[in-house]
Design a protein around this ligand. Structure first.
Ligand SMILES: NC(=O)c1ccc[n+]([C@@H]2O[C@H](COP(=O)([O-])OP(=O)(O)OC[C@H]3O[C@@H](n4cnc5c(N)ncnc54)[C@H](O)[C@@H]3O)[C@@H](O)[C@H]2O)c1
Length: 478
């Protein structure tokens, strides 16, 4: 395959990790990642990405400044790019029409403006990696074509021999959808061994050419039968619905966890019994304090927005219920802590184990820990928080309405538990399965409680030591 200059706009988890894996797999191409955030780019260039992701640093060392480059120079990078990935954030809107539901496309729009201004190649292939509302590829296409037309018309007014020549080679633009399915914590593994790669694009001659170019990029390591082609709308929708279905499974098992607690069943047994039916499957059936992260809620909201736009109110209500159940699960978990501890948390020290939204990441965005901790702080508790990877400044920024003396960020479990009334497990870090519970018990105030939001603490051992333990989906005090 001929050498390509691949550019990715956005050096976040998705932009950075995808391009590191591409660069390590396609040595014949050059990969450039461009971001507006200078600090972030500096971090990548100093082999210190802003994120913790297993395997990332090792792989980065194999390609940085060889065929992978990080920069803030849009103009020079974009001018001769052949494939341009969009990997910028697409957060939920925080103001205006559809606030809290619709998607803020301002970062996507600013990328389009950069591409329109600087990309000078005759053939411009733009690829959506970001998760976007259905129909965004069309919006981007319209924008870029409109810009191109205006530019050509301006040129016409000042026509000379050179522009006549340029006109003969008018820019061809196509936008493909190629959503990313990596999961934080296993991003590198997922990218190296994807379950599937989706490519959506128009059925035009140039559309087909572009899809072939993108396929060639993956072909070096992804088996052909795992590369699926579909129309752009199907591809865009598949990303939203994949996340919505995963979140729905978590809410389904969490709804069952509540039944288990009432009737005396154990949710882990129920999950195992159900999940061994291959039609159901065992994954994503762990009951917990609730799902978090920057994607599930946002993508379901996106789906709800789509349904409401097409007046599909019953369908919208169905997906809303997945989010309602998740919020309910977080709240009932937090309330149970207060209810169990004399309905009084005023000035009681509570140890929080884990703050990231899942293990093996330092990402706290949308973490269930945020809602649980905010509830406990609101009740007057003092939180001593330990997380192996979350950055203290991110923890502090995500909590609200607390006094400085209510928050202690610790560097180990053993420091965090001193004089604490309860241990609250909010992330399933492997380290927490190895805790010396007897030592913790000795350092804590009695009666001592464990509230296990991830079902990783051995209930029998904890009870034998003297703890009162509450695990999601288990009968209380049994
Ligand atoms: N995080 C995930 O697990 C995951 C998985 C799959 C898909 N996605 C989707 O991928 C997209 C990116 O997610 P992320 O977690 O990497 O986001 P992120 O917030 O970590 O990174 C986004 C980056 O885009 C940069 N940016 C903003 N405007 C820019 C511009 N005009 N030009 C260049 N860079 C710009 C920001 O500075 C930031 O570095 C989102 O749409 C998200 O929904 C995320």
């Amino acid at each position: 395959m001929t050498s390509q200059k691949v550019v990715c706009l956005g050096a976040g988890i998705v932009g950075g990790c995808t391009q590191v894996v591409f660069a390590s797999k396609c040595k014949t191409h050059d990969f450039y990642v461009v971001d507006i955030d200078e600090e972030r780019i500096k971090g990548w260039n100093n082999f210190k990405p802003n994120y913790y992701e297993p395997g990332l640093n090792k792989l980065l060392k194999t390609c940085l400044n060889k065929n992978l480059f990080f920069t803030t120079d849009f103009e020079n990078t974009l001018k001769d790019a052949t494939l341009i990935f969009l990997s910028v954030g697409t957060p939920t809107k925080q103001r205006g029409e559809m606030k809290g539901i619709g998607t803020n496309l301002s970062y996507i729009e600013s990328c389009c403006r950069m591409i329109a201004k600087y990309a000078k190649n005759e053939k411009v292939i733009v690829i959506e990696k970001s998760t976007v509302p259905v129909g965004t590829a069309q919006k981007i296409t319209n924008f870029l074509q409109e810009y191109n037309k205006n530019e050509t018309e301006n040129e016409k007014e000042n026509e000379n021999e050179t522009t006549k020549e340029n006109k003969k080679k008018q820019k061809q633009i196509v936008v493909l959808s190629n959503p990313e399915f990596l999961a934080e914590g296993t991003a590198i593994k997922n990218l190296q061994h994807p379950d599937r790669v989706l490519i959506g694009g128009p059925n035009t001659e140039f559309g087909k050419y572009a899809q072939e170019q993108l396929k060639q990029l993956y072909k070096g390591w992804v088996p052909e039968e795992k590369i699926f082609f579909s129309n752009t709308w199907s591809t865009e929708l598949s990303k939203l619905t994949s996340n919505a279905m995963l979140a729905q499974r978590v809410s389904s098992i969490n709804s069952i966890s509540q039944i288990c607690e009432e009737i005396g069943a154990e949710v882990t047994q129920v999950s195992k019994n159900m999940g061994s039916d291959p039609r159901i499957g065992s994954r994503f059936l762990n009951a917990s304090v609730g799902f978090g992260g920057s994607c599930f809620e946002k993508d379901i909201l996106n789906l709800i927005y789509l349904c409401e736009h097409y007046h599909l109110y019953v369908v919208a209500k169905y997906w809303k219920s997945v989010l309602e159940l998740n919020n309910h699960q977080k709240l009932r978990f937090a309330k149970n802590i207060a209810d169990t501890m004399f309905q009084n948390l005023e000035n009681k020290k509570i140890t929080i184990l884990g703050f990231t939204f899942k293990k093996n990441t330092d990402d706290v965005r949308g973490s269930a820990a945020i809602d649980v901790c905010n509830y406990l702080l609101g009740e007057g508790a003092i939180l001593s928080i330990y997380d192996p990877k979350a950055k203290p400044k991110h923890i502090k920024l995500s909590l609200k309405g607390y006094n400085e003396n209510q928050l202690i960020i610790c560097d180990s479990v053993s420091n965090a538990v001193i004089d604490s009334h309860a241990l609250v497990v909010l992330t399933e870090w492997d380290e927490f399965t190895q805790i010396d519970l007897s030592k913790c018990y000795q350092k804590m105030i009695h009666p001592s409680y464990i509230f296990d939001g991830r079902n990783i603490i051995n209930r029998k051992s904890a009870q034998k030591i003297g703890f009162n333990i509450y695990s999601v989906g288990f009968p209380k005090n049994k």
